[in-house]
Design a protein around this ligand. Structure first.
Ligand SMILES: Cc1cc2nc3c(=O)[nH]c(=O)nc-3n(C[C@H](O)[C@H](O)[C@H](O)COP(=O)(O)OP(=O)(O)OC[C@H]3O[C@@H](n4cnc5c(N)ncnc54)[C@H](O)[C@@H]3O)c2cc1C
Length: 827
């Protein structure tokens, strides 16, 4: 949402920034007019009062300002109408140091005088006489422009504009921090003598926090974590002389305190100087960067949510700080341990301010809505500061793992930790890049970042994690041409061990590819391992294991019900001399066929039209690159997603000729059996990824419901929301355990054992259904954003829903489970 500051043309209906109610202002208007006309003013535009004929309007803005702020519309003596802004201290009992409008006036006046190009409104006059309007006030020019309330800039569609808006915000703050306080005449503006800025700030706001919790009626669930946080801040506070602390700092520098020119995206004015002082510029820019750290959905402090949700065009935190540093002519410490301190200090200050609001609300000096909002935010801020900064990042919180049962083995744990670290370091941050790429005309090409990430994963040994020892033992390759055997054979994890890793990868839809663990390649590699000759393995399996090519599996046909593989009608006809096959058929849902790296298809068709039904099909290898007999007709869309560059294609195989020896897998008539075997571990992989998808959805939803306030309280305080979340957890854990059990049984007995087949079928029913239902409920709790591209939920849902159909629909797996049970019951 954006707001035009000229509220005669407010664009947003029901916008809370502007109260249009001008009742009871007549008395103030009269007094003000009298004062302006009678007095000769000092310090600003001394002639201002003389030029005023009458005050037409005085009406209050209501967004965010703790100092009441009014728009003043006046008729000048020459007949023109002019707008100004009047800002005053609030009435009632307030701390003497708080709401100091005099200081706001002083700093802006000094800035405008010394640096006329710095964007602050022109100061007109300051009135310290409380008898006029009840408290001191000042008047400044009204700046017409646009204020953006949301850091994600949802109203701006062009990426380069988002970049410009952020660059200009950083430049403006940098410029402020480059000014010399002596030149500005503001050396006494801050309390420099009482220690360095950070120590002062910590002391001041800890004192405020302690005062705010003296009332026994105030609930303080955050207290323990606040104490730990304060201890950490105290221990890590820069010593005197260690920090720059002689600059003017704004104290509340955030996007929604800036007015922009909508055409040039220049900053026209920086508002709300209430917390400005002389202090540490690094602390000021760290506060400015809080949207990179705070959870999504905070009404008071809007953020990007997770850092991976920083929208296209908006710089990363590091890039942003670089721009700032260049203009401030100060070092960029973003990412260092000092930086963590300043981020934590900023959150701590925010927490203490909110604790004050909570205390005032409990004491009856603020609305109960504010009290609840502030109350829940105090905890969010304190915990976020502690987790993000003290423990080194939300995703790196050490967790004690449960041992035994189906929980990760020590070997698995080692890979799990590496994988989690890799995901936090590289994958979540890249989500936005791939999402953006998927919306461009280049989306059918592979983003270079994918290959870069693959290289990094290889270097960390996070490669072919899906490949169990017994499958790796089937590798017949002798001509490995300098390829690293440890890499293509993988680390030899069991299905159970890999299941834990697949769950982690499932949290980001395209992550498995980075570790060479994605469908349909894993299933196809399994087929080549089990049924491929040495030559076939060397030609196709090796580059697949090394991630140099990709593959597809062409079984399903539009013309027949393909959940019953005996229906497949494509033909694989032998040439008269018996050395070649001629392959014909129309396939669809051939996942991966659109990928420019897709070099090989495993094609299923009939080599015989008579004989036992399960013996008529065979599988052959069909080269895909530059094969003009293979036509990719179109990518099919899943609820509008084309999954580029991978794609689910409709493909025509038109008289494709392949060599029998080179292409046939196993033997003629083995197609049905291969299809069954191919999908055992592959189904498990899907199931664990689905569990990961459901868990990711819950994770983003937890953050959302804690911070999103409706009808006076966070969503998480509604019992029906807790009910929904509780049920989701029960169901996700059920699906997870069923899948781990299936992996365990598969490891022990192999897919030929009916107990393993039943267990795999059971989790193939449970996991996609649970994931769909959980993600659907998360979408509901998210509201509109849940179905949009701004949350990961819509894409996750689309992916989960397909898996109730792909690799066999639910009904077919239910039949398998029931038939095996019935057979057992006969014994
Ligand atoms: C995103 C996606 C990716 C895919 N990737 C591939 C791929 O890479 N390669 C490939 O070959 N295929 C792929 N498929 C195809 C998938 O495997 C088939 O869609 C699936 O096997 C069902 O076949 P069908 O679509 O022909 O449905 P049909 O066989 O026509 O079945 C339709 C419906 O009938 C019902 N039904 C079927 N059998 C029974 C029964 N015994 N009892 C009761 N009801 C029943 C079910 O509700 C089923 O959904 C993919 C599908 C999707 C959606």
């Amino acid at each position: 949402m954006s707001v035009r500051t000229d509220f005669a043309t407010v664009e947003v209906p029901n916008d809370s920034r502007v109260q249009k109610n001008e009742n009871n202002m007549e008395r103030e208007k009269k007094r003000l007019l009298h004062y302006l006309r009678q007095e000769r003013k000092r310090g600003g535009d001394e002639e201002f009062g003389r030029r005023i004929k009458t005050i037409q309007k005085l009406s209050q803005f209501s967004h965010g300002q703790s100092n009441p702020t009014y728009k003043l519309l006046v008729e000048m003596t020459d007949g023109t109408l002019k707008s100004y802004v009047l800002r005053k201290k609030p009435g009632g009992n307030i701390l003497s140091s708080a709401h100091a409008v005099e200081r706001e006036f002083q700093v802006q006046l000094a800035l405008k005088r010394k640096h006329p190009n710095f964007p602050v409104p022109r100061m007109i006059l300051l009135c310290e006489d409380s008898s006029i309007l009840g408290t001191p006030f000042y008047i400044m020019d009204f700046v017409q422009g646009t204020i953006y309330l949301q850091p994600k800039l949802p109203v701006i569609t062009r990426e380069e504009r988002k970049t410009r808006i952020y660059e200009n915000m950083a430049k403006t703050l940098g410029a402020l921090h480059s000014f010399d306080i002596r030149e500005l005449g503001l050396t006494s503006f801050g309390n420099i003598s009482s220690g360095n800025y950070s120590r002062r700030t910590l002391k001041r706001w800890f004192g405020q926090y302690e005062k705010s919790i003296t009332n026994k009626l105030v609930e303080t669930p955050e207290k323990e974590v606040v104490m730990k946080l304060v201890a950490w801040l105290d221990a890590n506070c820069p010593k005197d002389g260690e920090e720059v602390s002689d600059r003017i700092i704004h104290g509340d520098y955030r996007l929604d305190n800036l007015i922009y020119d909508e055409r040039s995206d220049d900053v026209l004015a920086v508002l709300d100087w209430e917390l400005s002082t002389v202090g540490c510029p690094h602390a000021d820019v760290a506060y400015n960067c809080l949207p990179y750290y705070l959870p999504p959905g905070l009404e008071f402090y809007p953020s990007f949510g997770d850092s991976n949700q920083v929208p296209a065009g908006v710089p990363t935190e590091k890039q942003y700080c670089n721009i700032w540093a260049q203009h401030a002519r100060l070092p960029n410490i973003c990412g260092s341990s000092k930086w963590k301190f300043y981020v934590a200090l900023s959150m701590f200050r925010g927490m203490a301010i909110l604790a004050g609001v909570r205390a005032r609300a409990v004491a009856g000096n603020a609305s109960s809505r504010n009290a609840r909002q502030a109350g829940s935010l105090v905890e969010v801020f304190a915990k976020r500061a502690y987790v993000v900064v003290v423990q080194g990042g939300a995703s790196k919180v050490p967790r004690q793992e449960i041992k035994g049962g189906y929980e990760p083995s020590e070997k698995c744990m080692m890979f799990l930790e590496k994988l989690r670290a890799f995901m936090s370091e590289h994958v979540y941050d890249a989500e936005e890049v791939f999402e953006r790429h998927a919306t461009t005309n280049e989306r059918w090409s592979v983003h270079p970042l994918m290959e870069e990430l693959k290289k990094k994963a290889k270097a960390k040994g996070l490669w072919n994690l899906w490949l169990p020892l017994d499958s790796a033992a089937l590798i017949k390759i002798t001509n490995a041409r300098g390829n690293d055997e440890a890499l293509y054979k993988g680390p030899g994890l069991t299905n159970l061990e890999y299941a834990h890793l697949a769950r982690e990868m499932g949290k980001v839809p395209w992550a498995s590819e980075i570790f060479n663990c994605s469908a349909p390649d894993t299933g196809n590699m399994e087929v080549l391992l089990r049924y491929g000759t040495k030559e076939q393995q060397e030609r196709w399996l090796l580059p697949l294991l090394m991630g140099d090519i990709r593959s597809c599996f062409a079984m399903t046909e539009p013309a027949v019900a393909s959940s019953d593989a005996t229906n497949i009608e494509s033909s694989i006809a032998k040439s008269t001399n018996g050395t070649q096959y001629v392959v014909n058929g129309r396939k669809w849902w051939t996942s991966g066929a659109c990928d420019p790296r897709c070099a090989i298809a495993i094609f299923m068709g009939k080599t015989k039209k008579t004989g036992p039904q399960h013996e008529q099909q065979s599988m052959v290898l069909v080269p895909m690159l530059n094969n003009h007999k293979v036509k990719v007709v179109r990518p099919l869309l899943v609820f509008g997603y084309d999954d580029a560059p991978h794609g689910h294609a409709e493909v025509i195989f038109d008289n494709v000729v392949v060599d029998v020896k080179e292409s046939l897998l196993a033997r003629e008539g083995a197609g049905f059996a291969i299809a069954q075997g191919r999908l055992g571990p592959g189904r498990l992989h899907h199931c664990m990824r689905l569990v990961g998808m459901a868990e990711r959805s819950l994770d983003v939803t937890y953050a959302r419901v804690k911070s999103r306030v409706a009808f006076g309280k966070p969503l998480s305080e509604n019992s029906n929301v807790l009910n929904v979340l509780g049920n989701c957890r029960v169901e996700v854990d059920g699906a997870r355990l069923l899948t781990l059990y299936a992996a365990h049984v598969l490891d022990q007995l192999g897919i030929k054992d009916s107990r393993a087949r039943s267990a795999v079928a059971a989790c193939k029913i449970s996991a996609p259904n649970v994931a769909c239902s959980v993600i659907d409920r998360c979408i509901q709790l998210f509201g509109g954003e849940g179905v949009s591209q701004d949350s990961p939920l819509a894409r996750l849902y689309a992916g989960a829903r397909t898996l109730r159909i792909a690799d066999g629909p639910d009904e077919v797996h239910l039949e398998t489970v029931a038939k095996i049970d019935l057979r057992r019951s006969k014994l």
